[in-house]
Ligand binder design. Structure first.
Ligand code: FES
Length: 270
């Protein structure tokens, strides 16, 4: 990896096309959507999406792009609501993303058109996590039975997403107690507790860490998450300053190898 891959937008655009447009991506823990009307929104690798549970109990992943003028419909990271009302001109959608109404001055001509509904993405719930994909049916991991969901801690980190992935992989090898689901999810087991660390590439220099905790309270991981934030922000400064990421562990090497393959696929054939 080159220094600019961590600090400039070109690599992020390539990753958006060659990684985030094609792979199975985690969006949130199912436990974050416990009640009808619960929703979680995120920008994952440049794609703005949200998951919502409808009144019948089903969960969908929808593109967070209004069918009026393509603006973000959901502007908060999480919450509970009856309908989604776009804050720009008031188009309203139900919990399944179906168009409900619009103020007369901006109402569409054909109120029955299926093109008015928010775009639904292929999604699946597995191992307590909502996965989606922009390209094909998601292929999630299976980590077996989980203890009771204890909550999600959200940490914003001023670093490129690759810095966080490298840091979370660096001290581990694949084992019964550690699973990495390329590209964005790590699962650690310690006795009766399972912790899932979900990397959310918000922008190329802003990354969110969702720490989903099963078998304990999410707040129990606060100190660990604060340490991860401090370390990754320091590492980001190193990368931007030209200090390369250290290779040498199996999983970090594998991560760099997969990224190099993605970049190569993204390059136009000559
Ligand atoms: S962009 Fe959503 S109502 Fe206009």
């Amino acid at each position: 990896m080159k220094s600019e891959d961590y600090s400039q937008g070109d690599a992020f655009q390539a990753e958006k096309r060659a990684v985030f447009s094609t792979e199975t991506l985690p969006l949130c823990a199912e436990g974050q959507l416990a009640r009808p009307g619960d929703f979680v929104s995120a920008t994952v690798g440049g794609w703005s999406v949200f998951a919502a549970r409808d009144k019948e109990g089903s969960v969908r992943v929808l593109r967070n792009a209004c069918r009026h003028q393509n603006m973000q419909v959901v502007g908060t990271p999480a919450g509970n609501c009856e309908t989604f009302r776009c804050r720009f001109h008031g188009w309203t959608y139900d919990l399944q993303g179906r168009f409900v109404s619009a103020p007369p001055p901006v109402a569409p001509k054909d109120l029955q058109s299926p093109d008015l509904h928010l775009a639904s993405l292929p999604s699946v719930i597995a191992s307590g996590v909502v996965f989606f994909s922009l390209a094909a049916p998601p292929a999630p991991i299976d980590v077996g039975t989980l203890p009771a969901f204890g909550g999600t801690l959200v940490t914003d980190i001023a670093c490129n997403w690759k810095v966080l992935v490298e840091h979370l992989l660096a001290e581990h090898t694949p084992s019964a107690d550690f699973t990495w689901a390329w590209p964005l999810l790590m699962v650690r087991r310690a006795g009766a507790v399972t912790v899932m660390e979900q990397v959310v590439p918000h922008t190329f220099l802003r990354t969110r860490l969702f720490t989903h905790v099963f078998g304990a309270k999410a707040d129990d991981t606060k100190q660990a998450a604060a340490t991860i934030k401090h370390v990754c922000e320091t590492l980001q400064a190193d990368r931007a300053g030209g200090k390369p990421a250290a290779d040498g562990t199996l999983l970090v090497d594998d991560f760099h190898h997969r990224l190099a393959e993605a970049y190569a696929q993204d390059r136009p054939a000559t």
